[in-house]
Design a protein around this ligand. Sequence first.
Ligand SMILES: [Zn+2]
Length: 231
Amino acid sequence: MRRILSELTLLRCSNCGSDLGGLSTDVIFYCSECGRCWISGERLSPVSIEFVRPGGPDSILLPFWKIDATVTILNRISRKKSSASAAGRPRVFTGSERGLTESDSGSRLVRFIFPAFSTSLILSTGVRMHSENFLPEKTEHGKRFRVIGGSVGRDDAVLLTRAVAVGVEVNRSDFLASVDLEIAVSSAGIYAIGCTPEKNVLKINGSEIGILYAAINDSDEILKQNQVFSD
Ligand SMILES: [Zn+2]
């Protein structure tokens, strides 16, 4: 009984005491009463939230992780389209003779954005979003948004950042053979990005990127929740 009570307590905003509704798998909650965003763990901890392309009444605001990280490429080997045939000649096999080159060493600060809700397309969506410029919009003072909860916690987000970074490298058009990189996350926050329900996909506003309903674990509940919000 005590346990149930403490779980209920977790679902109250630590700032204003309002109920934080959500799905049973949610760990990210936005309080539409006071505008704070929380991540549940041992206790609720605050996380920054910014609004991106909120769109009109048809839009659903979904949480995405916005991770700024220093990416250090330790070793990146690409395989050129073809490697010269050296048949008949004695040779020493080196990387470059097999058509391998090293490039892009060094560090850079990179922003990664990927879904904080449960979808099997987190990585591919993150790789595709990497090439777009998502900037937060100035929110109208006093305007309250409804944001769907998220189920990808901060620790998972840090792990996923590394996977997205590798995906971004693999996605370059230079026939990557291998990449070794290090990631140091400098900040992690939430972007609430407006998405518009279409026939088979949730389309990210102002983008060509859509996420298939079939690949979103709670798509029915998400659409249903939004119905409740807009009533
Ligand atoms: Zn609140």
